[in-house]
Design a protein around this ligand. Structure first.
Ligand SMILES: [Mn+2]
Length: 326
């Protein structure tokens, strides 16, 4: 099924439905929240009864988006004619909403992940587009709906988040064209970039200070940072305040792999790994974790120093250029 065919089938399903359940993935990010809110607004304009939800509360920094206050964490009180999942890499990512989602007469998966876990009656999965927001914009065109300022703002938030502000390798001509179209429709690039990338709570800035103070090159090319329970308690920071930290460590010159060790309970360490062209997913798997090739992690119990030693050893470059035995 081509992208155009899939879009037409989703539009047809929308036209034929009265009650529609929209669902984002667990720990919803900018792309799933933006896509959800833009599509919710479109469906309301078509006179549909809409229930939009995510399994976890969406980040408060997106509360300025139209309809944010109407987002729910529980399933709809009715059995929907149509259920649409947005940006969900697999039905399991619907978490507590999965059962209610699957009860719909027609289920739709709109996503831009690789599609290994595609699900539902209609699977509109387009790994070549930069963001799920791009697909929602395409659906608006198919349904003959304009990109209002509110819709443009929500979709722009998703687009810039998933392209890293038009810097990642998925920054295609199409992504840039859509960006221009959304700005013409009323999205404010400067204000939205600040909301998505720049602004953060004081606790996150203080926590970054702790992480920076701990930073050291354990062996050549392997950079390690640590955050203890005390660091979290004394700065008032929570787990979400570490977002993006390890990515900035990967960007330090000379780093092949970055390691961030976070104490999540006494003696329990969540270890995040990032690789610059080094497969850290394989290393994480050896420690019982998982993730992507260049971004992965695992959980370990025990003494911090011992865990650091074993992970650094596993990441230490070998003469063939890979991580040890990877
Ligand atoms: Mn996405």
């Amino acid at each position: 099924m081509t992208n155009t065919d899939a879009c037409a089938r989703v539009a047809q399903a929308v036209r034929g439905a009265d009650t529609i359940f929209l669902a984002a993935h667990e720990n919803p990010d900018a792309d799933s929240v933006g896509s959800l809110l833009a599509l919710r607004d479109m469906l309301l304009a078509l006179g549909k009864t809409v229930h939009a939800a995510a399994p976890d509360p969406p980040p408060q920094r997106f509360r300025f988006l139209d309809g944010f206050a109407e987002l729910r964490t529980e399933p709809p009180p009715w059995t929907p004619d149509l259920a649409i999942a947005l940006d969900c890499d697999g039905a399991s990512r619907l978490a507590g909403l999965e059962e209610a989602f699957m009860a719909a007469a027609i289920t739709v998966d709109i996503d831009h992940h690789r599609g290994v876990w595609a699900f539902g009656d209609i699977r509109w999965v387009a790994p070549d587009v930069a963001a799920t927001a791009s697909l929602v914009a395409q659906l608006a065109r198919e349904l003959g709906l304009p990109l209002t300022p509110a819709r443009a703002e929500a979709l722009y938030v998703g687009l810039i988040a998933d392209t890293g502000g038009f810097r990642f390798t998925n920054t295609s001509p199409e992504a840039l064209r859509l960006g221009a179209e959304l700005v013409e429709a009323g999205a404010d690039p400067s204000r939205l970039a600040r909301c998505v990338f720049t602004i953060r709570p004081l606790s996150a800035a203080l926590l970054e200070g702790r992480a920076l103070a701990s930073l050291h090159m354990a062996v050549d090319g392997v950079l390690v940072a640590t955050l203890s329970l005390d660091d979290f308690r004394e700065t008032g920071a929570g787990p979400a305040d570490t977002d993006g930290l390890i990515d900035s460590f990967r960007d330090v010159a000379g780093v092949r792999t970055a390691v961030l060790m976070k104490e999540s309970g006494p003696g329990t360490w969540q270890v995040s790994l990032r690789g610059n062209g080094v497969d850290v997913g394989g290393v994480a798997a050896r420690f019982g974790g998982g993730g992507h090739k260049y971004a992965a992690g695992f959980t370990a119990e025990g003494e911090r120093e011992a865990i650091e030693r074993s992970v650094v050893e596993a990441l230490t470059p070998t003469p063939d250029g890979g991580a040890a035995d990877a």
